[in-house]
Unconditional design. Structure first.
Length: 297
């Protein structure tokens, strides 16, 4: 016996299942994954003064290293200390001595998602080495260095130097043609390398002055001081740009992408064959269920 109360729920069940499949089809078939963006903020650093000196005692049996730095920072950071003192146990009874005094000694390093920059400024500065407490190794009015690395632009390194400095009491004119050598009999020698800048595709570095020192003060039990001093250095590395959105799995396209030309003309999309196939299968299943219900009745 055919019962209308049995046939109607069966047909409705098949219709509901088909509609559910049609509604869920685009979400199931699209397969698009969320986009991911990654990147880093690059790097930047700055230092006002860095020393790498070997101090020999008068008998030259002992060498004492002098490795100190003033306002050495890495992004994000800044420092503005204007004096630097050091202490060497075998020199002047171990009492501290002044390495650098300046009116301005500032170092800054900053980074963002698109830019990294290091910068240093040194003004009205006097630099000393062990054994020469009254004679400055170098006196300088002002030097600056900057290194700027920005996404989408070529890194830039710059220095700004005065026209002259005083080295071991002698006034020296600075030129961009190469190193400047200063010799003072009975005191020593200093070589100045000026305005050293370097850039690559993603990095930059600027050093205002690098001094190669060889002095023999013969005071305070110091026989010889050799090494290098770096003044006003800045470096940077360009931040990595955000990565492009990750590609969807093979055989799918992101939602919102243009439809293929042959399907756009008919209002279809690349998912249409799958949706039609799923709908046909569910309709066939629903029809089969109704047929079996009637036979059982």
């Amino acid at each position: 016996m055919n019962s209308p109360s049995f046939r109607m729920p069966t047909r409705r069940l098949a219709a509901v299942a088909t509609a559910t499949a049609l509604a869920a089809g685009p979400a199931v078939l699209s397969g698009a994954s969320p986009a991911h963006a990654t990147g880093d903020h690059g790097r930047a650093s700055a230092v006002v003064l860095r020393t790498g000196l070997d101090v020999s005692l008068l008998n030259k049996s002992v060498q004492v290293p002098l490795a100190v730095s003033l306002n050495q920072v890495e992004a994000p950071s800044s420092a503005a200390k204007t004096t630097l003192t050091a202490r060497l146990d075998a020199v002047d009874g171990g009492r501290p001595f002044s390495v650098l005094r300046a009116d301005v000694a500032r170092a800054t390093a900053t980074t963002t998602a698109t830019k990294a920059e290091g910068a240093t400024t040194l003004a009205h500065a006097r630099l000393h080495v062990p054994g020469l407490p009254l004679l400055s190794l170098i006196e300088i009015e002002q030097v600056t260095s900057t290194a700027t690395c920005e996404v989408g632009r070529k890194p830039v390194a710059r220095t700004d130097l005065p026209g002259s400095v005083t080295v071991l009491g002698k006034r020296v004119n600075l030129t961009a043609g190469g190193p400047t050598d200063v010799t003072v009999p009975g005191v020593g020698e200093v070589r100045l390398d000026l305005s050293n800048t370097r850039t690559t595709a993603r990095s930059a570095a600027a050093t205002a002055l690098e001094l190669k020192v060889s002095v023999n003060p013969l005071k305070l039990n110091v026989a010889e001081v050799d090494g290098t001093l770096t003044l006003a250095e800045a470096t940077c590395k360009t931040p990595s740009p955000a990565a492009e959105a990750s590609a969807p799995p093979a055989g799918t396209r992101p939602q919102g992408a243009p439809a293929e030309e042959n399907l756009a003309e008919t209002g279809g999309s690349s998912a249409t064959p799958y949706l039609v196939g799923g709908a046909v299968a569910l309709l066939a299943g629903g029809g089969g269920a109704v047929f079996l219900a009637r036979r059982r009745g």
